[in-house]
Design a binder for this molecule. Structure first.
Ligand code: EPU
Length: 427
Protein backbone atom coordinates (compact mmCIF):
# COMPACT_ATOMS: atom_id res chain seq x y z
CA UNK A 1 0.00 0.00 0.00
CA UNK A 2 1.19 3.50 -0.84
CA UNK A 3 1.06 6.27 1.75
CA UNK A 4 2.64 9.56 2.76
CA UNK A 5 3.95 10.02 6.27
CA UNK A 6 4.15 13.65 7.28
CA UNK A 7 6.05 14.44 10.46
CA UNK A 8 4.96 17.81 11.78
CA UNK A 9 4.98 20.51 12.66
CA UNK A 10 7.15 22.39 10.19
CA UNK A 11 7.54 25.87 8.78
CA UNK A 12 7.78 25.89 4.99
CA UNK A 13 10.50 28.13 3.60
CA UNK A 14 12.09 28.50 0.19
CA UNK A 15 11.03 28.29 -3.44
CA UNK A 16 8.83 25.86 -5.33
CA UNK A 17 8.21 25.49 -9.06
CA UNK A 18 4.68 24.92 -10.29
CA UNK A 19 3.97 22.31 -12.96
CA UNK A 20 1.66 22.53 -15.96
CA UNK A 21 -2.09 22.65 -15.39
CA UNK A 22 -3.70 19.22 -15.06
CA UNK A 23 -7.14 20.39 -16.14
CA UNK A 24 -5.74 22.10 -19.25
CA UNK A 25 -3.48 19.17 -20.15
CA UNK A 26 -6.27 16.57 -19.86
CA UNK A 27 -8.19 18.51 -22.51
CA UNK A 28 -5.24 19.47 -24.72
CA UNK A 29 -4.06 15.86 -25.10
CA UNK A 30 -7.37 14.70 -26.62
CA UNK A 31 -7.58 18.00 -28.58
CA UNK A 32 -4.45 16.89 -30.47
CA UNK A 33 -6.62 14.18 -32.06
CA UNK A 34 -8.25 16.90 -34.18
CA UNK A 35 -5.12 17.28 -36.29
CA UNK A 36 -3.77 14.64 -38.65
CA UNK A 37 -0.19 15.48 -37.75
CA UNK A 38 2.18 16.27 -34.90
CA UNK A 39 1.77 18.44 -31.81
CA UNK A 40 4.77 19.37 -29.70
CA UNK A 41 3.65 20.03 -26.12
CA UNK A 42 5.71 21.51 -23.30
CA UNK A 43 5.04 21.98 -19.59
CA UNK A 44 2.86 18.86 -19.52
CA UNK A 45 2.51 17.74 -15.88
CA UNK A 46 3.99 14.33 -15.07
CA UNK A 47 1.02 12.93 -13.15
CA UNK A 48 -0.91 9.69 -13.34
CA UNK A 49 -3.96 11.19 -15.13
CA UNK A 50 -1.66 12.32 -17.93
CA UNK A 51 0.11 8.96 -18.12
CA UNK A 52 -3.35 7.36 -18.40
CA UNK A 53 -4.14 9.73 -21.28
CA UNK A 54 -0.93 8.80 -23.10
CA UNK A 55 -1.99 5.17 -22.78
CA UNK A 56 -5.41 5.93 -24.28
CA UNK A 57 -3.91 7.91 -27.16
CA UNK A 58 -1.42 5.13 -27.93
CA UNK A 59 -4.27 2.58 -27.89
CA UNK A 60 -5.95 4.64 -30.63
CA UNK A 61 -2.84 4.78 -32.80
CA UNK A 62 -1.02 7.94 -31.60
CA UNK A 63 2.76 7.80 -31.79
CA UNK A 64 4.18 9.60 -28.78
CA UNK A 65 7.81 10.69 -28.49
CA UNK A 66 8.70 11.35 -24.85
CA UNK A 67 11.34 14.09 -24.99
CA UNK A 68 11.47 14.67 -21.26
CA UNK A 69 9.07 14.08 -18.41
CA UNK A 70 7.24 17.32 -19.26
CA UNK A 71 7.64 17.45 -23.03
CA UNK A 72 6.15 15.22 -25.71
CA UNK A 73 5.51 15.12 -29.43
CA UNK A 74 2.20 13.46 -30.25
CA UNK A 75 1.78 12.28 -33.81
CA UNK A 76 -1.86 11.61 -34.67
CA UNK A 77 -1.34 11.12 -38.42
CA UNK A 78 -2.77 7.64 -38.22
CA UNK A 79 -5.54 7.18 -35.71
CA UNK A 80 -7.15 3.85 -36.44
CA UNK A 81 -9.89 3.59 -33.83
CA UNK A 82 -12.51 5.69 -32.08
CA UNK A 83 -13.51 2.96 -29.67
CA UNK A 84 -11.77 3.48 -26.37
CA UNK A 85 -11.46 0.58 -23.97
CA UNK A 86 -13.64 0.61 -20.85
CA UNK A 87 -10.63 -0.13 -18.63
CA UNK A 88 -8.82 2.97 -19.87
CA UNK A 89 -11.62 5.56 -19.94
CA UNK A 90 -13.55 4.58 -16.84
CA UNK A 91 -10.57 5.44 -14.62
CA UNK A 92 -10.81 9.20 -14.79
CA UNK A 93 -13.16 12.05 -15.46
CA UNK A 94 -11.46 13.87 -18.29
CA UNK A 95 -11.84 10.92 -20.65
CA UNK A 96 -15.09 12.65 -21.70
CA UNK A 97 -13.03 15.00 -23.89
CA UNK A 98 -12.44 12.06 -26.24
CA UNK A 99 -16.07 12.38 -27.29
CA UNK A 100 -15.74 15.97 -28.49
CA UNK A 101 -12.38 15.48 -30.17
CA UNK A 102 -12.98 12.08 -31.81
CA UNK A 103 -16.35 13.28 -33.14
CA UNK A 104 -14.39 15.84 -35.15
CA UNK A 105 -12.63 12.97 -36.92
CA UNK A 106 -14.87 9.89 -36.87
CA UNK A 107 -18.55 9.08 -37.54
CA UNK A 108 -18.78 6.69 -34.59
CA UNK A 109 -17.17 7.09 -31.18
CA UNK A 110 -17.47 4.89 -28.12
CA UNK A 111 -16.11 5.58 -24.65
CA UNK A 112 -17.17 4.41 -21.23
CA UNK A 113 -18.92 6.73 -18.78
CA UNK A 114 -16.17 8.78 -17.14
CA UNK A 115 -14.88 7.97 -13.65
CA UNK A 116 -12.89 10.42 -11.47
CA UNK A 117 -13.08 11.75 -7.92
CA UNK A 118 -16.26 11.02 -6.00
CA UNK A 119 -17.67 14.48 -5.40
CA UNK A 120 -21.36 13.52 -5.68
CA UNK A 121 -23.40 13.30 -8.89
CA UNK A 122 -21.36 14.14 -11.99
CA UNK A 123 -23.83 14.28 -14.88
CA UNK A 124 -22.77 14.84 -18.51
CA UNK A 125 -26.17 15.98 -19.80
CA UNK A 126 -24.76 19.36 -20.91
CA UNK A 127 -22.00 17.68 -22.92
CA UNK A 128 -24.63 15.52 -24.60
CA UNK A 129 -26.84 18.53 -25.26
CA UNK A 130 -23.94 20.31 -27.01
CA UNK A 131 -23.12 17.30 -29.23
CA UNK A 132 -26.79 16.84 -30.15
CA UNK A 133 -27.17 20.54 -31.02
CA UNK A 134 -24.36 20.08 -33.56
CA UNK A 135 -26.12 17.07 -35.10
CA UNK A 136 -24.63 14.03 -33.31
CA UNK A 137 -26.75 11.24 -31.85
CA UNK A 138 -25.79 10.13 -28.36
CA UNK A 139 -26.80 6.94 -26.65
CA UNK A 140 -25.79 5.92 -23.14
CA UNK A 141 -26.11 2.22 -22.36
CA UNK A 142 -24.32 -0.49 -20.37
CA UNK A 143 -21.84 2.02 -18.94
CA UNK A 144 -20.80 3.27 -22.38
CA UNK A 145 -21.47 6.45 -24.34
CA UNK A 146 -22.00 5.99 -28.09
CA UNK A 147 -21.76 9.11 -30.26
CA UNK A 148 -22.57 8.94 -33.97
CA UNK A 149 -22.92 11.37 -36.83
CA UNK A 150 -24.03 10.77 -40.41
CA UNK A 151 -22.39 13.89 -41.83
CA UNK A 152 -20.03 16.68 -40.76
CA UNK A 153 -21.31 18.33 -37.57
CA UNK A 154 -23.07 21.65 -38.16
CA UNK A 155 -22.50 24.80 -36.09
CA UNK A 156 -25.44 25.87 -33.92
CA UNK A 157 -26.27 28.06 -30.93
CA UNK A 158 -25.71 26.21 -27.63
CA UNK A 159 -26.96 27.56 -24.31
CA UNK A 160 -25.53 25.63 -21.36
CA UNK A 161 -27.99 25.26 -18.46
CA UNK A 162 -25.16 25.13 -15.92
CA UNK A 163 -21.72 26.65 -16.06
CA UNK A 164 -19.62 23.56 -16.77
CA UNK A 165 -15.89 23.40 -17.51
CA UNK A 166 -16.18 20.02 -19.19
CA UNK A 167 -19.26 20.82 -21.29
CA UNK A 168 -17.75 24.14 -22.40
CA UNK A 169 -14.54 22.46 -23.55
CA UNK A 170 -16.37 19.56 -25.20
CA UNK A 171 -18.64 21.99 -27.06
CA UNK A 172 -15.56 23.88 -28.31
CA UNK A 173 -13.82 20.64 -29.34
CA UNK A 174 -16.79 19.35 -31.32
CA UNK A 175 -17.50 22.75 -32.93
CA UNK A 176 -13.91 23.29 -34.10
CA UNK A 177 -14.23 21.16 -37.27
CA UNK A 178 -18.02 21.61 -37.67
CA UNK A 179 -19.50 23.43 -40.65
CA UNK A 180 -20.45 27.04 -39.85
CA UNK A 181 -20.69 29.02 -36.65
CA UNK A 182 -21.34 27.78 -33.11
CA UNK A 183 -22.04 30.28 -30.35
CA UNK A 184 -21.85 28.80 -26.86
CA UNK A 185 -23.48 30.84 -24.08
CA UNK A 186 -23.23 30.61 -20.27
CA UNK A 187 -19.78 29.07 -20.55
CA UNK A 188 -17.08 28.38 -17.98
CA UNK A 189 -14.31 31.00 -17.88
CA UNK A 190 -11.61 29.01 -16.05
CA UNK A 191 -7.99 29.61 -17.14
CA UNK A 192 -7.82 26.04 -18.49
CA UNK A 193 -10.81 26.72 -20.79
CA UNK A 194 -8.91 29.68 -22.22
CA UNK A 195 -5.74 27.59 -22.57
CA UNK A 196 -7.55 24.90 -24.57
CA UNK A 197 -8.99 27.57 -26.89
CA UNK A 198 -5.52 29.12 -27.29
CA UNK A 199 -4.06 25.71 -28.11
CA UNK A 200 -6.76 25.03 -30.73
CA UNK A 201 -6.25 28.52 -32.21
CA UNK A 202 -2.52 27.77 -32.46
CA UNK A 203 -3.56 24.87 -34.76
CA UNK A 204 -5.65 27.19 -36.93
CA UNK A 205 -9.04 26.92 -35.19
CA UNK A 206 -11.21 30.06 -35.08
CA UNK A 207 -12.35 30.45 -31.48
CA UNK A 208 -13.18 33.84 -30.00
CA UNK A 209 -14.39 34.89 -26.57
CA UNK A 210 -12.82 32.20 -24.35
CA UNK A 211 -12.64 33.73 -20.87
CA UNK A 212 -15.91 35.64 -21.38
CA UNK A 213 -19.54 34.44 -21.00
CA UNK A 214 -19.96 33.64 -24.69
CA UNK A 215 -17.66 31.74 -27.05
CA UNK A 216 -17.90 31.85 -30.85
CA UNK A 217 -16.38 29.01 -32.87
CA UNK A 218 -16.21 29.36 -36.63
CA UNK A 219 -15.71 25.86 -37.97
CA UNK A 220 -12.67 25.11 -40.15
CA UNK A 221 -12.15 22.12 -42.43
CA UNK A 222 -8.77 21.08 -41.06
CA UNK A 223 -6.13 22.05 -38.53
CA UNK A 224 -2.36 22.37 -38.76
CA UNK A 225 0.43 20.74 -36.78
CA UNK A 226 1.73 22.58 -33.71
CA UNK A 227 5.48 23.14 -33.55
CA UNK A 228 5.43 24.17 -29.89
CA UNK A 229 2.77 24.87 -27.26
CA UNK A 230 3.43 25.33 -23.57
CA UNK A 231 0.60 24.50 -21.17
CA UNK A 232 -0.24 27.14 -18.55
CA UNK A 233 0.84 26.65 -14.91
CA UNK A 234 -1.58 24.85 -12.61
CA UNK A 235 -3.80 27.28 -10.70
CA UNK A 236 -4.75 24.74 -8.04
CA UNK A 237 -1.23 23.45 -7.44
CA UNK A 238 -0.15 27.09 -7.04
CA UNK A 239 -2.97 27.69 -4.56
CA UNK A 240 -2.12 24.53 -2.65
CA UNK A 241 1.45 25.72 -2.01
CA UNK A 242 0.27 29.26 -1.20
CA UNK A 243 -2.09 27.92 1.45
CA UNK A 244 0.53 25.50 2.80
CA UNK A 245 2.95 28.42 3.22
CA UNK A 246 0.35 30.40 5.19
CA UNK A 247 -0.83 27.44 7.31
CA UNK A 248 2.73 26.61 8.43
CA UNK A 249 3.50 30.31 9.12
CA UNK A 250 6.20 30.01 6.50
CA UNK A 251 7.65 32.12 3.74
CA UNK A 252 7.47 30.60 0.26
CA UNK A 253 8.13 31.94 -3.23
CA UNK A 254 5.81 30.03 -5.58
CA UNK A 255 7.44 30.23 -9.01
CA UNK A 256 6.20 29.68 -12.58
CA UNK A 257 2.61 30.68 -11.87
CA UNK A 258 0.16 33.28 -13.19
CA UNK A 259 -0.72 35.66 -10.31
CA UNK A 260 -3.85 36.93 -12.12
CA UNK A 261 -5.34 33.40 -11.97
CA UNK A 262 -4.80 33.34 -8.22
CA UNK A 263 -6.85 36.43 -7.30
CA UNK A 264 -9.74 34.65 -5.47
CA UNK A 265 -7.24 32.68 -3.38
CA UNK A 266 -4.91 35.61 -2.81
CA UNK A 267 -7.85 37.71 -1.56
CA UNK A 268 -8.83 35.06 1.02
CA UNK A 269 -5.25 34.57 2.20
CA UNK A 270 -4.93 38.31 2.77
CA UNK A 271 -8.26 38.27 4.65
CA UNK A 272 -6.82 35.49 6.81
CA UNK A 273 -3.80 37.68 7.64
CA UNK A 274 -1.15 36.41 5.22
CA UNK A 275 1.19 38.69 3.30
CA UNK A 276 1.02 38.05 -0.43
CA UNK A 277 3.42 39.71 -2.87
CA UNK A 278 2.85 39.29 -6.58
CA UNK A 279 5.59 39.34 -9.20
CA UNK A 280 5.40 38.73 -12.95
CA UNK A 281 5.35 34.94 -12.77
CA UNK A 282 5.69 34.18 -9.08
CA UNK A 283 3.94 34.86 -5.79
CA UNK A 284 5.47 35.08 -2.33
CA UNK A 285 3.29 34.09 0.61
CA UNK A 286 4.30 34.55 4.23
CA UNK A 287 2.41 34.55 7.49
CA UNK A 288 3.49 35.24 11.06
CA UNK A 289 0.29 35.19 13.10
CA UNK A 290 -2.75 33.08 13.86
CA UNK A 291 -5.17 33.20 10.90
CA UNK A 292 -8.26 35.39 11.24
CA UNK A 293 -11.55 33.69 10.49
CA UNK A 294 -13.20 34.08 7.09
CA UNK A 295 -15.94 32.52 4.98
CA UNK A 296 -15.87 31.04 1.49
CA UNK A 297 -18.50 30.24 -1.07
CA UNK A 298 -17.18 28.23 -4.01
CA UNK A 299 -18.12 29.58 -7.43
CA UNK A 300 -17.13 29.15 -11.08
CA UNK A 301 -14.09 31.27 -12.10
CA UNK A 302 -13.38 34.05 -11.22
CA UNK A 303 -15.07 33.01 -7.97
CA UNK A 304 -13.33 30.95 -5.30
CA UNK A 305 -12.48 27.54 -6.86
CA UNK A 306 -14.11 24.44 -5.40
CA UNK A 307 -10.80 22.64 -5.95
CA UNK A 308 -9.19 24.87 -3.31
CA UNK A 309 -11.75 24.65 -0.50
CA UNK A 310 -10.38 21.52 1.25
CA UNK A 311 -6.86 23.04 1.42
CA UNK A 312 -8.22 26.39 2.62
CA UNK A 313 -10.17 24.65 5.37
CA UNK A 314 -6.90 23.92 7.20
CA UNK A 315 -6.38 27.66 7.77
CA UNK A 316 -9.87 27.81 9.26
CA UNK A 317 -9.14 24.80 11.49
CA UNK A 318 -6.49 26.96 13.20
CA UNK A 319 -8.15 30.37 12.94
CA UNK A 320 -9.08 32.76 15.68
CA UNK A 321 -12.88 32.46 15.63
CA UNK A 322 -15.30 30.52 13.46
CA UNK A 323 -15.43 30.32 9.69
CA UNK A 324 -17.75 28.81 7.12
CA UNK A 325 -17.36 27.11 3.75
CA UNK A 326 -20.33 26.86 1.41
CA UNK A 327 -19.78 24.45 -1.48
CA UNK A 328 -21.92 25.39 -4.45
CA UNK A 329 -20.42 23.25 -7.24
CA UNK A 330 -20.31 19.66 -5.88
CA UNK A 331 -22.92 18.09 -3.62
CA UNK A 332 -20.53 15.86 -1.70
CA UNK A 333 -17.19 17.52 -1.09
CA UNK A 334 -16.97 17.44 2.70
CA UNK A 335 -16.04 13.79 3.31
CA UNK A 336 -12.62 15.04 4.36
CA UNK A 337 -14.02 16.85 7.40
CA UNK A 338 -14.26 13.55 9.33
CA UNK A 339 -10.55 13.01 8.70
CA UNK A 340 -9.71 16.48 10.04
CA UNK A 341 -11.83 15.81 13.11
CA UNK A 342 -9.51 12.84 13.82
CA UNK A 343 -6.68 15.37 13.97
CA UNK A 344 -8.48 17.51 16.53
CA UNK A 345 -10.27 19.96 14.23
CA UNK A 346 -13.59 21.37 15.42
CA UNK A 347 -15.43 21.01 12.13
CA UNK A 348 -18.97 20.01 11.27
CA UNK A 349 -20.45 19.63 7.82
CA UNK A 350 -24.14 19.52 6.96
CA UNK A 351 -25.08 19.16 3.31
CA UNK A 352 -23.09 21.72 1.39
CA UNK A 353 -21.99 23.83 4.37
CA UNK A 354 -19.12 23.31 6.78
CA UNK A 355 -18.68 25.29 9.98
CA UNK A 356 -15.16 25.36 11.37
CA UNK A 357 -14.22 26.69 14.80
CA UNK A 358 -10.52 27.36 15.11
CA UNK A 359 -8.51 25.25 17.60
CA UNK A 360 -5.01 25.92 18.95
CA UNK A 361 -3.42 22.81 17.46
CA UNK A 362 -3.95 19.82 15.18
CA UNK A 363 -2.46 16.43 16.07
CA UNK A 364 -1.07 13.82 13.67
CA UNK A 365 -3.37 10.87 12.95
CA UNK A 366 -3.98 8.20 10.31
CA UNK A 367 -6.16 9.87 7.68
CA UNK A 368 -7.54 8.96 4.29
CA UNK A 369 -7.40 10.93 1.08
CA UNK A 370 -11.03 10.90 -0.11
CA UNK A 371 -10.26 12.70 -3.38
CA UNK A 372 -7.43 14.59 -5.05
CA UNK A 373 -7.84 17.96 -3.32
CA UNK A 374 -8.93 16.46 -0.01
CA UNK A 375 -5.69 14.47 -0.14
CA UNK A 376 -3.66 17.66 -0.61
CA UNK A 377 -5.51 19.13 2.38
CA UNK A 378 -4.52 16.10 4.51
CA UNK A 379 -0.85 16.71 3.68
CA UNK A 380 -1.16 20.39 4.62
CA UNK A 381 -2.86 19.43 7.88
CA UNK A 382 -0.01 16.97 8.53
CA UNK A 383 2.59 19.70 7.96
CA UNK A 384 1.16 21.85 10.74
CA UNK A 385 0.03 19.07 13.11
CA UNK A 386 2.05 17.90 16.07
CA UNK A 387 3.25 14.31 15.50
CA UNK A 388 2.96 11.93 12.56
CA UNK A 389 0.16 11.99 10.02
CA UNK A 390 -0.20 8.95 7.83
CA UNK A 391 -2.11 9.76 4.64
CA UNK A 392 -3.48 6.72 2.80
CA UNK A 393 -5.38 6.36 -0.49
CA UNK A 394 -2.80 8.63 -2.08
CA UNK A 395 -3.40 7.41 -5.64
CA UNK A 396 -5.90 10.30 -5.73
CA UNK A 397 -3.13 12.80 -4.91
CA UNK A 398 -0.72 11.35 -7.45
CA UNK A 399 -3.38 11.79 -10.15
CA UNK A 400 -2.97 15.55 -10.00
CA UNK A 401 0.18 16.73 -8.20
CA UNK A 402 3.58 16.25 -9.83
CA UNK A 403 6.38 15.37 -7.37
CA UNK A 404 4.32 16.60 -4.43
CA UNK A 405 6.49 14.82 -1.89
CA UNK A 406 9.74 16.22 -3.36
CA UNK A 407 8.27 19.72 -3.63
CA UNK A 408 7.20 19.81 0.03
CA UNK A 409 10.53 18.28 1.11
CA UNK A 410 12.33 21.00 -0.82
CA UNK A 411 10.52 23.54 1.34
CA UNK A 412 11.68 21.86 4.55
CA UNK A 413 8.81 19.45 5.22
CA UNK A 414 9.54 16.07 6.74
CA UNK A 415 7.49 13.89 4.40
CA UNK A 416 8.09 10.35 3.20
CA UNK A 417 6.53 8.27 0.46
CA UNK A 418 6.09 4.71 1.66
CA UNK A 419 5.16 1.75 -0.54
CA UNK A 420 4.57 -1.60 1.17
CA UNK A 421 6.45 -0.34 4.22
CA UNK A 422 9.51 0.58 2.16
CA UNK A 423 10.39 4.20 2.95
CA UNK A 424 11.38 6.54 0.10
CA UNK A 425 12.59 9.94 1.17
CA UNK A 426 11.48 12.66 -1.16
CA UNK A 427 14.66 14.65 -1.59
N1 EPU B 1 -22.88 19.63 -14.47
C1 EPU B 1 -24.12 19.24 -14.91
N2 EPU B 1 -24.22 18.69 -16.16
C2 EPU B 1 -23.14 18.52 -16.95
C3 EPU B 1 -21.87 18.91 -16.48
C4 EPU B 1 -21.77 19.47 -15.23
O1 EPU B 1 -25.12 19.40 -14.22
O2 EPU B 1 -23.29 18.02 -18.07
C5 EPU B 1 -22.76 20.26 -13.12
C6 EPU B 1 -21.91 19.42 -12.17
O3 EPU B 1 -22.67 18.43 -11.54
C7 EPU B 1 -21.37 20.48 -11.22
C8 EPU B 1 -21.21 21.71 -12.13
O4 EPU B 1 -22.03 21.47 -13.28
O5 EPU B 1 -22.32 20.76 -10.25
C9 EPU B 1 -19.81 22.02 -12.59
O6 EPU B 1 -19.25 20.85 -13.17
P1 EPU B 1 -18.12 20.95 -14.31
O7 EPU B 1 -18.67 20.32 -15.53
O8 EPU B 1 -17.62 22.34 -14.40
O9 EPU B 1 -17.00 20.00 -13.72
P2 EPU B 1 -16.06 19.05 -14.51
O10 EPU B 1 -15.77 19.58 -15.87
O11 EPU B 1 -16.53 17.64 -14.41
C10 EPU B 1 -13.86 20.25 -13.82
C11 EPU B 1 -12.59 19.83 -13.13
C12 EPU B 1 -12.85 19.60 -11.65
C13 EPU B 1 -13.45 20.86 -11.02
C14 EPU B 1 -14.68 21.31 -11.80
C15 EPU B 1 -15.24 22.64 -11.32
C16 EPU B 1 -11.50 18.71 -14.93
C17 EPU B 1 -11.00 17.43 -15.50
N3 EPU B 1 -12.10 18.63 -13.75
O12 EPU B 1 -14.76 19.14 -13.63
O13 EPU B 1 -11.57 19.39 -11.09
O14 EPU B 1 -13.80 20.61 -9.68
O15 EPU B 1 -14.37 21.44 -13.20
O16 EPU B 1 -14.28 23.64 -11.45
O17 EPU B 1 -11.31 19.76 -15.50
C18 EPU B 1 -9.96 18.49 -9.67
O18 EPU B 1 -9.10 18.89 -10.47
O19 EPU B 1 -9.70 18.06 -8.53
C19 EPU B 1 -11.37 18.50 -10.08
C20 EPU B 1 -12.30 17.76 -9.49
Amino acid sequence: MEKFIVRGPCTLKGEVNISGAKNAAVAILPATLLVRGKCHLENVPDISDIRAYYEILESLGSKITYISKNEVIIDNSEINSAIVSYELTSKFRASYYLLGSLLGRFDKVQISLPGGCNLGARPIDQHIKAFEKLGATIEVKSGNVYATRTERLKGAPIFLDVVSVGATINAILSATLAEGITVIENVAKEPHVVDVANFLNSMGAKIKGAGTDSIKVTGVTSLEQVSSYSIIPDQIETGTFMVAAAVTKGDVLVKNCIPKHMEPITAKLIEAGATVEEFESSIRVSMNKRPSSFSIKTMPYPGFPTDMQPQMSILLCLCDGTGMIVESIWESRFLYTDELAKMGADISAHGTTAIIKGVDKLYGAPVKSHDLRAGAAMIIAGLVAEGDTEVTNIAHILRGYEDICQKFSGLGANIEYVVDDEVNTCD
